[in-house]
Design a protein around this ligand. Structure first.
Ligand SMILES: Cc1cc2nc3c(=O)[nH]c(=O)nc-3n(C[C@H](O)[C@H](O)[C@H](O)COP(=O)(O)O)c2cc1C
Length: 171
């Protein structure tokens, strides 16, 4: 039985979408059927045997589209393998990574029915020149240097290891 995966993402500034595209492309290279869609446009998971969810952390929380997605699709998500990734830290700083992990764990603990087959945090991207209102009016944010620590090798490696984990339980 072939595995058909939906990679659903949430994003505010586009960096998570680019990671979701890399994940979907890698799954496709591994021989899986992989579609990609913004979470808030997903109406049904019918037709997909597995789901990959990707969303950034903002203000200590997982993106609100991701939280809404989990609530909306609870029933179907419990019947399929679900892999999860989050984007967060945009500095190579151990505490920042530890905090991001704690934030994500806390957010996912609010959905105790969810049992991800894979869970990962990737470094994120920050560009003060692209901030929109109200964030662009915060001097402390505008003064921060741009950075992009997305590790494309780590992202593709993680995605290529999903193949076996996303197989339906009965096969
Ligand atoms: C205002 C703001 C708040 C953020 N808050 C957090 C946070 O609480 N924890 C974290 O790990 N990353 C945080 N980040 C980093 C984002 O998760 C990172 O920039 C990510 O790549 C953004 O994804 P997007 O481009 O898909 O929106 C924050 C970024 C901004 C601009």
């Amino acid at each position: 039985m072939s595995v058909s995966v939906l990679v659903a993402y949430a994003t505010s500034y586009g960096s998570t979408q680019e990671v979701a595209e890399a994940v979907a492309a890698t799954l496709h290279e591994c021989g899986l059927v992989a579609d990609i869609q913004p979470m808030r446009e997903v109406r049904t998971l019918a037709g997909y045997s597995a789901v990959v969810l990707g969303a950034p952390l903002y203000m200590f929380r997982w993106h609100k589209h991701a939280r809404h997605f989990l609530s909306r699709h609870r029933e179907t998500l419990t019947e399929r393998p679900v892999a999860i990734f989050a984007l967060g830290p945009f500095h190579d700083d151990e505490k920042e990574w530890k905090d991001a992990r704690a934030q994500l764990d806390k957010e996912l603990a609010k959905f105790p029915w969810l049992a991800p087959v894979a869970l990962e945090i990737f470094g994120g991207k920050f560009d003060p020149a692209k901030l929109r209102f109200p964030l662009k009016s915060l001097p402390a944010l505008k003064a921060m240097p741009a950075s992009d620590i997305r590790d494309w090798t780590a992202i593709r490696t993680w995605a290529s290891n999903l193949d076996a984990k996303l197989q339906p339980a009965s096969s």
